[in-house]
Design a protein around this ligand. Structure first.
Ligand code: SAM
Length: 257
């Protein structure tokens, strides 16, 4: 997979990696999940939609706080993992079904909350997906997005996006805070909060699921990065273990009319 190749279909990648996401500490990170749930301000009567639900971590974190959650994903294998996790946790108010973020199978103004966590960087038409999220929200409804992100720095932006394409060929783009802010403004929703944050992870977290040539391309990319980029990602190599910062953004917006 080369950086300029068109992205692969997410189903091709996620159908092979589904079981990994069910147990992934990065995706089942209770701290950042609680930030997202708080930002959604869930109420007992609320009906929520979780888009790109994957193994269901976000839908299952929201479920105890609302009446019902609809959770959709493109990949049947991911939905299978999500249903298993719901069963294990005894959660029965989430419906998991196939659905595409770019064409949501729901009428206008159907939900009080729409969430989308760590999936938007796979969307081939993010503007359209955000328009769909705004469309299905009721007046007063909240959209909460958590996604991989990049700093406002061309060199670091390019390094992280190249790494992510190598890690996952269905990757489209990690966006800057300024891009997110313009995109949300374009939906007509009112932006309530933006919280950029970092998480420190070993490089092996990204190389575990790729073939050996791709792994060496990723290690090479990091090793050859400029001092400026290495400093920006807080790169640290100890006893062969490579640690680096990952960038994320959590944002919330409301449909005020
Ligand atoms: C990293 S996983 C999601 C993680 C999950 N939201 C969580 O909180 O743990 C990304 C998911 O997005 C899904 N996806 C990618 N493009 C999609 C689209 N256009 N519509 C719906 N789901 C999509 C993939 O199938 C995959 O399951």
């Amino acid at each position: 997979m080369k950086v300029n190749d068109p992205p692969m279909r997410p189903e091709e990648v996620f159908s092979r990696r589904a079981s990994h996401y069910a147990t992934s500490k990065v995706h089942d990170d209770k701290v950042t999940l609680s930030w997202l749930v708080d930002a959604a301000a869930p109420g007992r009567e609320d009906v929520a939609l979780d888009i790109g639900t994957g193994a269901g971590h976000t839908a299952l974190a929201l479920a105890p706080r609302v009446t019902r959650v609809e959770a959709i994903d493109l990949t049947e294998e991911m939905l299978g993992e999500a249903r298993k996790l719901a069963g294990k946790r005894g959660i029965d108010n989430v419906t998991f079904s196939i659905g595409n973020a770019m064409s949501l199978p729901y009428p206008d103004r159907s939900f009080d909350i729409v969430t989308c966590r760590r999936a938007a960087h796979h969307f081939t038409d993010l503007e359209r997906a955000l328009g769909e999220m705004a469309r299905v929200l009721r007046v007063g409804g909240r959209m909460v997005i958590d996604d991989r992100s990049v700093p406002e720095d061309d060199e670091v932006d390019e390094l992280i996006n190249r790494m992510d394409v190598l890690h996952d060929p269905s990757h489209v783009r990690d966006r800057r805070t300024s891009e997110w802010s313009a995109l949300v403004r374009g939906t007509g929703l009112e932006l309530l909060s933006m919280r950029p944050y970092r998480r420190r992870v070993p490089l092996s977290h990204f190389t575990d699921m790729v073939d050996p040539p791709t792994e060496s391309a990723m290690r090479d990319l990091v090793a050859r990065a400029s001092d400026h980029a290495k400093k920006a990602i807080a790169l640290e190599v100890t006893d062969g273990c490579v640690l680096l910062d990952n960038f994320f953004i959590l944002l919330s917006a409301v449909r005020s009319r």
